[in-house]
Design a protein around this ligand. Structure first.
Ligand code: DHB
Length: 417
């Protein structure tokens, strides 16, 4: 296949990029190592910022976000059983939407396939070559075992937090900014009605819990645990008793319990790759950066990358087409320019350098918020009475002040571009 842009990774970032490029007359082909079914059933976060929702609506992919999603005009922060509401609408005039990421994936994958977009699921032996030349290409084995190739002018790596594309940026050019956390999240799905109308982010002397939602009959909850926790070692009763204790035993919100249908332990880390572009490769989403789950910034950040990237790709492809027109008009034959293309080293195109700079500015704002909210809401393993009381002071300073609440609301609902 010969396309303008080859995309490695068919999650929400890759599919949204492919669809938006197509809307601008730029062709794309997508490959993905997982099966469509696997991605569809992987539980991820469920909160969409307003700009993310706008992209789903404006991409005209028939997303059910406005019909099946739920608008949340605020959220509740709880500390040792004391609750404070953050009123997003009153503070910053924006809402977020509860709409699970697997639904976002479903909407985008359905739209791309309905529009006959090229996509290969369950591929193996993926290799990306020639990102420092004018003829980058992806080779892979498709689900039927056939060796295949995608030739493009640009490769976009949206291949998630264990990205192989990222490693193609040479080590002397790439900086990996990384931090780890001494805890993880235990996530459950249970069959129960919602405990409260809005999400509750809670801290306590036994650590963090988050009461989220999925729909009227299924709920999503998390609590802080050791990274090496075995989910099977926790009984249903122990899980709900623990979360109830985080919320406050008697005076706190009373948890609605029900059969647990999924248990998983989620890792916690922060990572940023700098730069996000090199030669004819650009990274977007988790491939370029990972945030801890507190605040649900992952997908939203991936979509803000895509918003920054798509116009720059258009600029680059347009420039390329203009030059190709000029080259065709000269004596150079197509064959000799093809040979040259695979051999000659190219610089990173200026629009893609600009993409990296703009996207990273927002990435670092979100990294800061996710890191800050994580530390505000979690218990450290070596916690003293000082650490806990100091954090209670921070919680009061934020929630007692309209400025503090506005800072939280502004960050949580997503900054305008
Ligand atoms: C969910 C996950 C998050 O990390 C978060 O901050 C809010 C909601 C969720 O899965 O619903």
């Amino acid at each position: 296949t010969r396309v303008d842009v080859g995309i490695v990774g068919g999650g929400p970032a890759g599919l949204m990029t492919a669809l938006l490029l197509k809307r601008r007359g730029i062709s794309a082909a997508v490959i993905e190592s997982r099966s469509e079914e696997t991605i569809r059933h992987t539980q991820r976060a469920g909160i969409l910022e307003a700009p993310t929702v706008n992209m789903l609506v404006e991409a005209e992919v028939d997303s059910r976000v406005l019909t099946h999603g739920h608008e949340h005009e605020g959220t509740v922060l709880s500390f040792d059983g004391i609750q404070r509401r953050i009123d997003f609408q009153a503070l910053v005039g924006r809402s977020v939407w509860l709409y699970p990421q697997n639904e976002v994936f479903h909407d985008l994958a359905t739209a791309w396939q309905r529009e006959s977009g090229e996509i290969h699921w369950s591929v193996t032996e993926t290799a990306v070559e020639g990102i420092e030349t004018a003829a980058p290409r992806i080779s892979f084995t498709d689900a039927q075992g056939r060796a295949r190739r995608i030739e493009a002018d640009l490769i976009i790596g949206t291949d998630g937090s264990r990205s192989m594309c990222r490693k193609l940026i040479p080590e002397d050019i790439r900086t990996d900014h990384f931090t780890s956390y001494p805890f993880a999240w235990f996530g459950i799905l249970c069959e129960a009605p919602p405990t409260a109308p809005e999400l509750i982010y809670a801290n306590s002397e036994i650590g963090f819990a988050l009461i989220s939602q999925r729909n009227e009959t299924v709920q999503r909850m998390y609590f802080q645990c050791d990274p090496d926790t075995d989910p099977e070692a926790w009984s249903e009763e122990a899980i709900f008793d623990h979360i109830q204790q985080v919320l406050g035993a008697e005076d706190g919100v009373q948890l609605k319990r029900g059969p647990i249908i999924e248990k998983t332990v989620l890792p916690f880390r922060s990572y940023v790759c700098d730069p996000l572009s090199h030669g004819r490769l650009a990274l977007a989403g988790d491939a370029g950066h990972t945030v801890p789950p507190t605040g649900a910034k992952g997908l939203n950040l991936a979509f803000s990358d895509v918003r920054a990237l798509v116009p720059r790709v258009e600029e680059f492809i347009t420039e390329l087409r203009t030059h190709a027109g000029v080259a065709d008009a000269s004596d150079e034959t197509a064959a000799s320019s093809d040979v040259a293309a695979t051999a000659v080293t190219v610089e990173t195109p200026e629009p893609l350098r600009r993409y990296s700079r703009t996207a990273l500015d927002r990435v670092w704002k979100a990294q800061n918020f996710s890191y800050w909210a994580t530390n505000l809401l979690h218990r450290q393993p070596e916690e003293t009475s000082f650490t806990h009381k100091r954090r209670r002071g921070e919680f009061d300073a934020i929630t007692d002040s309209v400025h503090g609440r506005a800072y939280f609301a502004d960050s949580y609902t997503g900054w305008s571009d």
